[in-house]
Write a protein that binds this ligand. Sequence first.
Ligand SMILES: C[S@@+](CC[C@H](N)C(=O)[O-])C[C@H]1O[C@@H](n2cnc3c(N)ncnc32)[C@H](O)[C@@H]1O
Length: 320
Amino acid sequence: MTKLPLPALRGTYCHQHLVHHGTTGSRQTSRANVGPVKSITLGAMPSHDALAYLHGTSDREQARLVRQADILRPILLSGLDLAPRERVLEVGCGVGAVMAELARAEPTLALTGLDCSADQIDGARRHLGSGGIPASLVVGDALALPFPDASFDRVVMVWVIEHLADEVARVAALREARRVLRPGGRIDLTETDYGLFRVTPRHASIEAFLAAFVELFDKHGSSCVGPRLAPLLEIAGFASVDSRMHGLHFWCPSRAAELCAMTAYILDFVRPELPALVAGRSTLDAAQIEEGLALFGALAATPDASFSATIWRATGRRSE
Ligand SMILES: C[S@@+](CC[C@H](N)C(=O)[O-])C[C@H]1O[C@@H](n2cnc3c(N)ncnc32)[C@H](O)[C@@H]1O
């Protein structure tokens, strides 16, 4: 099996957000059971270059994550086969939007959520608390999980691998996930390829806008990890790897309402990036990108428009 070298890890993530208590020796992060807050000790953290996390943690972004899980629920839950009382870890849990969906699908799960941002973990505490969903919440790094070997039956990662800077960091995160899974335990990953978003009839400005978003995403992570998930799982040592593509396809006029909801959802996370999308470009190119964004937002009003995208769901097992 191909092995990637794992020297000093260089990955995107936001360890600058970690809440450190204490001043010497090992670092500590906050762990919050929706209820009492405990502290846990982390081992030494690898030294990465921290690139900015693309989406941030504004109230608007946190609300978006909840809407996103709602819109994509059928795909997120498809084929999971959750078993009663499984110990599930979501790495990069954000505000717990996916954890809430998992809990609603199987209320007996023992849920743990980890995120590198204390703001997101606070949001998760509020979101899960308001739904009465018990969970253990931890501030920590996907590349150095603060859990013993074999402590979970399942690890879930949704829209997280795409935010890690390079293949080395992605494989390192998956190896960490494998380490904390019990033998036979399962991992489920969900990602897309933004470069495969397609609008028809084709329009140069919309394509310039989508291309600018892909370019920006690649500065913060990888815009195209969906089809990479299966190979990365195998490189990280998982067995029984499977990967499925789920298509999203909406068109006018008969599915204009869904098309409208989908473009609004995408613009929710792309529109705030407009200044970054146009930064450093010629006036002409910036104007074209802005026009493309406006036309994309108005797609549902275009009589014969269509939009399609693909989401990858990959799974694997720790064999021993
Ligand atoms: C797009 S959000 C997805 C959140 C959640 N999985 C969902 O689908 O609602 C990505 C999350 O990954 C977190 N993240 C990024 N890099 C991370 C890392 N190295 N370790 C832990 N969390 C990370 C971010 O803080 C953010 O909350």
